[in-house]
Design a protein around this ligand. Structure first.
Ligand code: CUA
Length: 340
């Protein structure tokens, strides 16, 4: 028998229980209505299991105590029809109570699911999330092409407003999970679905891919940044602009490097000739906190390490190493940092 599964199962149950006293971002710190519904269900099930656990341990303790006295006296086994009848009755009622309880939990689970799904709105913000190995494409669609925002891994939303998330995948099955915002949602290739989120308190809410999707599944993070209406509108306006033309000569040289090396084969920078959608849109890369799907901070050093040898940081990812001259690399990073 392999002892690992029960231990890790118990471990994760204990970890989740302890998490409520430590981390800010887990299912037990709901940030919006959907997560609150799920938290309610968690506690209902928790207390049912807790009561069942106490009853079971009490039963075991009583049985153990009784058996010890009988073993000492070494009584012969005698037929006891009255005792058998009581035992049958006790076991049958315990089975009945267990089945009824499980049906009650199933019922509450369905009700909660319906409630989470039912929190819709006629005036939501729509965001299209596409899973890629191993990053998240984030689009704010609009009927006008020039009003569509495309970014990656960092999802800005206004506080207190319903948001509908449309899902899809460019390659394999991924799963979008921000524990304090909503339950897990699978992103399936060739299949689009929708779900709702809402965050009522400003802040940054981390999320991860929750479905094994290949080598870098563990480095497929994202964050949802909930901000007040004005800050969100400013962000929106900024993201709609094409990239500004570099003002200083070093950044201008960096733009040249971008256009004449492998970068242009995979990335878009709106306002330039770069228009490939293989990798993340970099038009406003400088405005993001992190790079490589929340793997590295968006700093000069991290950008340099990533551009030169992304395979060292996320082995197996789809970006090739770039052997740039030091001057070219520095200029490229300066240019990327101007993309605010
Ligand atoms: Cu994407 Cu795991």
């Amino acid at each position: 028998m392999n002892p690992i599964p029960p231990i890790s199962g118990l471990g994760s149950a204990v970890a989740l229980f302890l998490a409520q006293f430590t981390g800010e971002h887990n299912s037990l710190h709901p940030a919006g209505p959907q997560a609150s519904d799920i938290e309610w269900l968690y506690w209902v099930i928790f207390w049912i299991i807790f009561v069942a656990f106490i009853l079971m341990i009490t039963g075991f303790a009583r049985a153990a105590a009784r058996n010890r006295t009988q073993a000492a006296e070494m009584l012969p086994i005698m037929s006891d029809p009255e005792g058998d009848r009581r035992a049958t009755w006790a076991v049958s009622s315990a089975v009945a109570i267990t089945v009824l309880t499980l049906f009650a939990v199933l019922f509450m689970s369905v009700i909660t699911g319906k409630k989470v799904e039912g929190r819709t709105s006629t005036n939501p913000i729509t965001i299209q999330i596409t899973g890629h190995q191993w990053w998240w494409e984030v689009q704010y669609p609009s009927p006008q092409a020039d009003q569509t925002i495309t970014t990656a891994n960092e999802i800005h939303i206004p506080v207190g407003r319903p948001v509908v998330i449309l899902t899809s995948s460019a390659d394999v099955i991924h799963s979008f999970w921000a524990p304090s915002v909503n339950g897990k949602r699978d992103l399936l290739p060739g299949y689009s679905s929708a779900f709702w989120i809402q965050i009522d308190k400003p802040g940054t809410y981390p999320g991860r891919c929750a479905e094994f999707c290949g080598l870098q599944h563990a480095h497929m993070g994202f964050s949802i940044i909930a901000e007040d209406d004005n800050t969100f509108k400013q962000w929106e306006q900024q993201q709609l602009k094409p990239a500004a033309d570099p003002a200083d000569p070093e950044a201008a040289h960096g733009k040249q490097v971008f256009a004449t090396h492998a970068c242009i084969m995979c990335h878009t920078i709106r306002g330039t000739d770069a228009g490939s959608r293989m990798g993340p849109d970099l038009t406003h890369l400088g405005s993001r906190q992190m790079i490589a799907a929340e793997t590295l901070p968006n700093t000069r050093g991290a950008l340099a390490g990533w551009i030169i040898d992304p395979q060292r940081i996320k082995p197996g990812n789809h970006m090739a190493p770039n052997l740039l001259e030091p001057d070219d690399l520095q200029a490229l990073i300066t240019y990327l940092q101007t993309l605010q």
